[in-house]
Write a protein that binds this ligand. Structure first.
Ligand SMILES: Cc1ncc(COP(=O)(O)O)c(C=O)c1O
Length: 386
């Protein structure tokens, strides 16, 4: 109770929290301050990909914390270089800029795209983003976010963004044809937008237009990335070859990290002093991330796809379930009852799920034990059927 009182008194009022204070966890189980147990289908919004306090990740973090927890970017440090090498080897991208969050990874992508355009002689080139997208809470990433509700009260938005509807490929074509476009930026599955996968034809069209017009393709993999889609990165399911990939959340496994992966075209765009971050590439965060990225291999991804198929087949057509959308272990369940009521009832029954627009969002750990997943989905089904 003391925590709730202090939080309400002293924390800026930006979050509507559930009435639950979590105090510890292990794998896919979380415990509140009274020792009640919950099956975690939210993973801190797609962060704890290997579960809470995953021992491999915690070991890597503790070792690094006891060795060299922070070093400035004025010096080299091994974890940061090793993580960048791993990310490039696994994706074919050429360079990495490390930051501390998804929004910062996207800020870097926006800056890289603008600088690439500027280097070609295009001043003030715009970035096309999609309606219903979500790219972060900084001002530039808010401007990139195609949902007006996030803009209101914070006007004026930074300039340089054009928003098109992903259901209207002709609108994308016209926006590119207008010229002075630096990049097209998209999430292959819109997470905050309600767990909506992009239509493959639209994604292919965006990729083709980008390639034909020397416009950069930026894939925001902050939520769907790092194994959650059933592939290492979500764009891989679509056969895309992005010029810039942004990632965060699950990469850190529980510590803050953002990464902007730069492909061939933009590998040389930044020069010393052109971008930076005090904590970017922090050795502890990078050591943890190495332990995560090294384990996202084919057997793990196969397990993600299996778990996904199980959830979809259990919920599809179930009483009180209207539809299931998404990909891999990022799923949105449209329910007949209001999503908030389903979420509250699930919590009362010991299952933690979250919301995305009007849907119940499921983001379990990539390695959630099958027995826990089965238990949690059985509870969700009962609650939906009420
Ligand atoms: C697709 C996407 N991009 C960017 C962000 C922003 O990430 P962060 O909250 O780490 O800044 C989010 C967060 O939900 C996201 O889902």
């Amino acid at each position: 109770m003391d925590t709730v009182r202090k939080d309400n008194e002293y924390i800026a009022n930006t979050y509507s929290r559930f009435p639950l204070t979590l105090s510890r966890g292990r794998g896919s189980l979380l415990y509140d301050e009274n020792g009640n147990e919950y099956i975690d289908l939210g993973t801190g919004i797609a962060v704890n990909g290997f579960g809470v306090a995953d021992p491999v990740w915690a070991g890597a973090v503790m070792t690094q914390a006891n060795t060299l927890p922070h070093v400035s970017n004025l010096y080299y440090s091994a974890p940061c270089a090793e993580l960048a090498e791993l990310l490039c080897q696994k994706t074919g991208m050429k360079k990495v800029f490390f930051s501390n969050s998804g929004a910062e990874a996207n800020e870097c992508a926006i800056k890289a795209a603008r600088k690439y355009a500027e280097n070609k002689g295009l001043t003030g080139a715009k970035i096309i983003t999609l309606k219903n997208s979500f790219h972060g809470r900084t001002l530039a990433t808010l401007a990139a976010t195609g949902q007006d509700t996030f803009h209101k009260d914070y006007l004026p938005m930074p300039e340089g963004f054009v928003c098109v509807d992903p259901d209207e490929p002709e609108a994308l074509e016209s926006a590119v044809a207008e010229g002075n476009i630096a990049a097209i930026m998209l999430e292959v599955v819109q997470g905050e937008g309600g767990v909506v996968p992009l239509k493959p034809e639209f994604a292919a069209k965006a990729a083709a237009l980008a390639a034909e017009n020397d416009v950069l393709l930026i894939c925001d993999e902050v939520q769907i990335g790092n194994g959650r889609s059933g592939a290492l990165y979500g764009y891989m399911n679509y056969g895309l070859k992005p010029d810039i990939v942004t990632t965060a959340k699950g990469l850190g496994g529980g510590l803050p990290i953002g990464a902007t992966l730069l492909g061939e075209k933009v590998a040389g765009v930044f020069t010393p002093g052109s971008h930076g971050s005090t904590f970017g590439g922090n050795p502890v965060c990078c050591a943890g991330a190495i332990s995560i990225i090294k384990r996202i291999d084919e057997p793990l991804l196969e397990g993600v796809r299996e778990r996904s198929a199980f959830i979809i087949s259990a919920l599809d057509g179930a009483k009180g379930v209207k539809s299931v959308s998404g990909m891999g272990l990022m799923l949105g369940v449209e329910t007949e009852r209001p999503a908030s009521d389903v979420i509250a009832d699930c919590m009362a029954e010991g299952v933690l799920v979250i919301k995305a627009k009007n849907k119940v969002r499921l983001l379990p750990a990539l390695n959630i034990p099958f027995d826990l997943l089965e238990r949690a989905i059985a509870i969700l089904k009962e609650v939906c059927a009420k």
